[in-house]
Design a protein around this ligand. Structure first.
Ligand code: SF4
Length: 264
């Protein structure tokens, strides 16, 4: 099965990428052509059930993609270079994951029950939309969030509680949407057409308090702990300012008075 992303949000609209894919061909492991059938959605079935595939080829009509994506909305016209890059980048990602059907824009808690997260501060209710979930034949999940900027996507951004989003998505995909068992989580850096160094499965972190967090389950515990702390701090009115790495930006409106802050 060859699976393409159906669409990706950009600017104010969405683009169905699979309509730019043409001339899909396949060969079995002996180099003989196999039957290619377009299925519903961005999927192509290649060969008969159980037939081994040796090669899949397809072409992307890049000229058409650029033409149509770039004229998709006013916001798109303002970012010509970026949008063509976005298209190449998403195809690059799919190249490495053709055997894993993708679920795109998976909503959780947007209608009906929210995601319920048990924390030290009590139950926290969350909702959101997951850019992409891959599910393999064993029911293992890889959760992906597309990022246009590439800052704060290192492991320490998870370890130090600045980048919690993908873990929440993983909890929602596994526990609430019941799509399978979470085994991987990553941010896809669109401009670099590559994955982030922050990978949930690679987490191996010992906090200052001596608590060890490892892998996707450790990431879930870590994120519960951080969210619980943040919510408890908000409830106590603790909004103490913390200068960012590299110093405070000149445009921060709190620059002249934040140093006077004292916790209640
Ligand atoms: S000046 Fe702004 S950025 Fe710097 S610590 Fe204060 S609030 Fe934070």
């Amino acid at each position: 099965m060859l699976v393409m992303p159906r669409a990706i949000p950009m600017g104010y609209g969405q683009q169905p990428y699979d309509r730019f894919v043409i001339d899909v061909e396949g060969e079995d492991d002996g180099g003989r052509p196999v039957v290619v059938a377009r299925e519903d959605g961005p999927r192509w079935r290649l060969g008969a059930e159980g037939q081994a595939l040796g090669r899949i080829r397809y072409r992307v009509d890049v000229a058409r993609m650029e033409r149509e994506i770039q004229s998709a909305s006013d916001s798109s016209r303002a970012r010509l270079g970026y949008l063509s890059l976005l298209g190449y980048s998403v195809f690059a990602f799919i190249e490495g994951a053709e055997d894993r059907p993708a679920r795109l824009e998976a909503q959780f808690g947007m209608e009906g029950d929210p995601l319920r997260l048990e924390t030290e501060a009590g139950e926290i209710l969350l909702h959101g939309v997951i850019d992409r979930v891959d599910v393999d034949a064993l029911g293992q999940l890889r959760v992906i969030d597309y990022k246009t900027g590439s800052s704060r996507l290192e492991m320490r951004d998870l370890e130090e509680g600045r980048r919690l989003q993908i873990t929440v998505y993983g909890l929602a995909a596994e526990g609430m949407l019941k799509l399978g068992r979470l085994t991987e989580g990553v941010y896809w850096k669109i401009r670099q057409a590559g994955p982030s160094a922050l990978k949930l499965e690679a987490l191996n972190y010992v906090s200052e308090a001596g608590k060890h967090y490892a892998g996707v389950n450790g990431a879930a515990d870590l994120v519960r702990d951080y969210i619980g702390n943040y919510v408890a701090g908000i409830r106590e009115g603790d909004f103490r300012p913390r200068p960012p790495e590299g110093g405070c930006p000149a445009y921060c409106p709190a620059r002249l008075f934040c140093w006077r802050y004292q916790p209640a």
